[in-house]
Design a protein around this ligand. Structure first.
Ligand SMILES: [Zn+2]
Length: 240
């Protein structure tokens, strides 16, 4: 995996701004992992995609994540600091689940980015979840089950399994609120978080390139290829 710096940062930003989630996160990963094709990335369970995003984040911006969240109880703004290494430890790779139902083997696989993309067409959260369940539940083949229409209890059992299987992909941080004493759990959207950081860093880099190119006439490639401290040193000289 390559860190997103210089030209890679600009490419990630260019590709990312043309996409919506979940493709945007994959566009960033593809710049860092050029040997992977988009289909392979889209087929990764979300927990594995999130692990790659965390690694990319640590390589590009460092292993310490600082951010803000709002306390759901009192509205206080909470600052949080988490270490990527701690978040990575929390991510447990889910395996496909299998179980027996009326002597038939049922299987369920974890949700991936292709599933998420398909669920975007759904009308509301409940329908999206149904759609995801349908895609990830692998019904036995050939059709040795007479009717594919499940019983209500069967369906709620499937949904419970679905929740359990996919819970590990979520990145949760406990954020104690000093103002009201609540202990809300933040569901960290790592894809959105990394994208916002990439967008900010790319804009900053473009501004630096703009200033240095104007002052010295160097090419964009040459300036983007410089180390950050070297660029900063030239900018300091321009400001002096
Ligand atoms: Zn609070």
């Amino acid at each position: 995996m390559y860190a997103l710096d210089g030209e890679r940062m600009l490419t990630a930003w260019e590709r990312g701004r043309e996409q919506r989630e979940p493709w945007r996160a994959l566009a960033l990963l593809q710049v860092a992992l050029p040997e992977w094709d988009i289909g392979a990335l889209a087929a990764l369970p979300l927990v594995e995609r999130n692990a790659l995003l965390l690694r990319l984040r640590a390589m590009t911006f460092g292993g310490r994540i600082e951010g803000f969240a709002v306390c759901p109880e009192c509205g206080e703004q909470l600052q949080f600091v988490v270490n990527v290494a701690d978040l990575e430890r929390e991510l447990r790779a889910p395996c496909e689940e299998s179980w027996l139902e009326a002597e038939t083997e049922m299987r369920m696989r974890p949700v991936n980015s292709s599933d998420l993309a398909a669920s975007m067409a759904a009308d509301g959260d409940a329908q999206a979840r149904e759609l995801l369940l349908e895609r990830t539940l692998i019904l036995p083949q050939p059709a040795n089950i007479e009717s594919p229409q499940p019983q209500h209890t069967q369906r709620s059992d499937w949904l419970a399994r679905f929740e359990r299987l996919n819970a590990s992909a979520e990145i949760r941080c406990l954020l104690p609120c000093a103002a009201c004493g609540a202990r809300p759990v933040l569901d960290l959207d790592i894809a959105g978080f990394v994208w916002r950081e990439v967008a900010l860093a790319a804009r900053r880099l473009l501004t630096e390139i703009h200033r240095l190119a104007r002052a010295y006439g160097w090419s964009q490639q040459a300036i983007a290829a410089m180390s950050t401290p070297r660029r900063a040193a030239y900018l300091e000289m321009l400001d002096a």
